[in-house]
Design a protein around this ligand. Sequence first.
Ligand code: ATP
Ligand code: MG
Ligand code: ZN
Length: 524
Amino acid sequence: MKYNLQFSFKLRGKFPVEAQERMKEWFTELQQLLEKGIQERDLKKISKVKKWVLKSVNEKEDELLLTVVSGETMPAHHALLRMRKFFSGKFGKEFRLGISGIDIKSYKIDIDIPNKPAKEFTLPFVSTIIFTNDTAKITLEKNIPIDFIEKGSIDRIVKLVRNKIVEQIIRGKDEHHLVVWSSEQKKPVTNENPTDIMIKDGWIQRTSYRNQWIFAPAISALTETLKEIMVEHLYKPLGFKNMVFPKVVPWEVWKRSGHLSGIYQGGFEPYFVCTPKTADPEYWEEIADYFRITLEIEPEKIMEKLRPPIGGLSFAQCPPFWTYLQGKTISDDSFPLFYYDWSGPTFRYESGAAHGFERVDELHRIETLYIGFPEQIKKVAQDLRANFRKIIGDVLDLEFREAWVTPWWSSQEGKGDDEEESTIELKNFDQIGTIDMEIYMPYRGKRNQSNWLETQNVSILGNKYTKNFTVKSQSGKELWSGCGGGSFERYISAFVAQKGTNPDKWPEKLLKYIDELPSGPTFL
Ligand code: ATP
Ligand code: MG
Ligand code: ZN
């Protein structure tokens, strides 16, 4: 790592004649200050002032121009902040002069990297990047404001350069996916595509909008049945309470949940939400009139009347919940907090061609959320896993398996990849990570050659959310959380893929909850 920073402290006045002499002493004092507490072997890597010049800016102002170089122990921009404190003290006390501003003239950083990136990239605030096998030489844009340094953005640029290279390696490999458990094989009653069967039987109908479907009465009834089963086998015995989570998510929430780091990078593809610039009827009158005359709208015209997005539609379902606990201190005896939400759809901009019912843009999901002390979270994750197994394997009588997967947010941060697969002990689910429950889809082919449908997951997320949303326990003990999601679209697609739509072929344990499936109209 090599940092080379040129900047100046601008003065509210002119240096007195003796400044040159005093300065020499002060630089010696400054260097000693910077070296204080640094280990011998790291001394080479701390900031050193390579050059300084007193210069006139105009008749009324001078500046102190500096070149500071460093290694990684104390990067030059960190030294800058300490020098600002040091010199404002000295200038104020001895010259009665204040520092009026800091000009960053040029900042070049040589960043150590593990390898040359497969695909070169550029970055905001960086004017050039040159990659060699072990170094990324970056030059920052001119006139970087000082609060950019104060807020830690330079350090994040350095980290981002490294992470982007590591992520390219991770993305190049298959997703970390390890089957840790499988149910017994079960004989499917069909091997047709469930979307086709459900369309044919009038259970679902595609709308004119991409990957959006209408649930007709029969599948709606089955959805309600699934809810009943979830309550009886999972939420009631484990003590979960129902809540209604918001479905419009402001940027603030996604900043804290960490989702924005991965926006449209594979794993977070939200719908955006815009509000009108004003609700004034006059402002919108021309749009209404245009429609009344042409019976059409011009979306571009509407776009002009909108504010930039305030955020988006709920994507992962649990993040907007966290405003409930944000900034709060909670009594120890309140924990664990167990909640579920199925109050409304969430949205994903699923790319590619039109998908079947198992991959929709508007999805209806059961979100399960748990917050508590680490031991409580480990226990409930294991309990949930056991009870989901009962529901999928026993009540719905489906063939499925469990896979241990690298959570997207952990691979996103460039770690979690070199974990020794053999060290993962999953009899007990008691570590940060995710278990996916995947259901066999006979129409896709043989068991060992086809994609199984990820229908439900259970995650332990550690302190990620509690920390980012500053949730504290009364005793100050660490708080963890976890969540799991499973959409009705996936549950029912998987069920129909193995069991079809004819209740005569359905498992007894499910039929217990169903009197008769309601039918829709007969379309001629
Ligand atoms: P996939 O890899 O199949 O796209 P995912 O990893 O994006 O799934 P998660 O982000 O883990 O899925 O979402 C949790 C759950 O939400 C999934 O197990 C699934 O039940 C449901 N889900 C996610 N995306 C969709 C979708 N497009 N349509 C229907 N259900 C979905
Ligand atoms: Mg997905
Ligand atoms: Zn969640």
